[in-house]
Write a protein that binds this ligand. Structure first.
Ligand SMILES: C[S@@+](CC[C@H](N)C(=O)[O-])C[C@H]1O[C@@H](n2cnc3c(N)ncnc32)[C@H](O)[C@@H]1O
Length: 293
């Protein structure tokens, strides 16, 4: 019982983070996030696409970019439904889809860990939207229960830190100066981007959530993190594991931010490509699994 209460508290905190400071950062860095995630999401969609006419669910859909993409893939006979715990993400997604007049798309603000879906889906997708659950088994069980027999889950999650050097280097730079503070006001985002990096762990989670035919395919693809070096430094100080530590410390560490920025500049300089953009190698899992037939 104590654990269940703790999980609900964790959810409340993560919701506060995604609907508050992380929503604002997500809007500010929207273009770079979309550019960085694009190749990884597209590769997973190409490997395990939805069928025309499918009813597709987009888990942790954020601003709905991938939901709109799914709506295009399933065509007018199909439908894409995006769900996200952050109401402000969903409000923006609804507004934007209405502006461009997409009819086979809908959005709903809900916590996937706490939701029994009323609809049935043939296909469930997520691009980096399943790593922040305090209780991933419960969340992915809710998704599995919403899938038709034989329905496919296709989710993209980060692989290990060592193969995702930008985030890892940024984390190491910040760790030179700061541990996580004991006292902090800023809400945390949940277990974090690397919580599904371990193949055994993610397989066990999916087995416990009742899936069959679990497969993990490694995707080594570029990850754009800045239009130039300054942009990449600012982005990594705003979003990701390094940024979360800075956010927890808040104004208390304003004096050392310039030193951290200078060290980050040096750490990320290796990834500046011709033309000035910062593009690094990155590695994700495309995880697929089926609801039992
Ligand atoms: C890294 S973002 C990815 C957003 C989007 N999939 C994309 O590719 O741009 C993670 C998203 O998961 C959402 N999220 C986190 N925990 C959630 C939960 N328990 N239920 C539903 N959505 C959740 C967050 O609000 C956030 O929008």
């Amino acid at each position: 019982m104590g654990d269940a209460i703790r999980e609900v508290e964790d959810n409340v905190e993560a919701t506060e983070a995604w609907n508050g400071p992380l929503f604002e950062i997500w809007i500010e860095y929207r273009d770079i996030v979309a550019a960085g995630f694009r190749d990884h999401g597209e590769a997973a969609l190409a490997a395990s696409p939805p069928h025309e006419g499918d009813r597709a669910l987009d888990i942790g859909c954020g601003l709905g970019d991938t939901t709109v993409r799914l709506a295009g893939l399933v065509g007018p006979a199909g439908h894409a439904h995006g769900v996200d715990v952050a109401e402000r993400m969903i409000e923006t997604a609804i507004e934007e889809a209405a502006e461009v007049g997409i009819e086979n798309v809908s959005f709903e603000a809900c916590d996937v860990e706490m939701t029994s879906f009323e609809r049935t889906f043939d296909y469930a997708f997520s691009r980096m939207g399943t790593m922040f659950f305090a209780n991933p088994v419960a969340a992915l069980r809710n998704v599995r229960e919403a899938l038709a027999p034989g329905g496919l889950l296709n989710m993209v999650v980060w692989r290990r830190k060592l193969d995702n050097e930008v985030m890892h280097r940024a984390e190491l730079v910040v760790a030179e100066y700061l541990d996580e503070p004991e006292d902090y006001d800023a809400p945390r985002c949940g277990p974090g981007p690397f919580s599904m990096a371990n193949a055994d762990t993610v397989t066990d989670v999916l087995m416990h959530a009742g899936y069959d035919d679990i497969r993990l395919a490694r995707q080594d693809l570029p990850y754009k993190v800045g239009n130039d070096l300054e942009h990449a430094v600012a982005f990594n100080m705003a979003l990701g594991p390094a940024a979360e530590v800075l956010r927890m410390w808040g104004e208390r560490v304003d004096d050392i931010r310039p030193k951290i920025a200078a060290d980050l500049r040096a750490a990320l300089a290796d990834f500046v490509v011709e033309g000035g953009a910062v593009i690094a190698p990155a590695s994700t899992w495309a995880v697929s699994a089926r609801a039992p037939r």
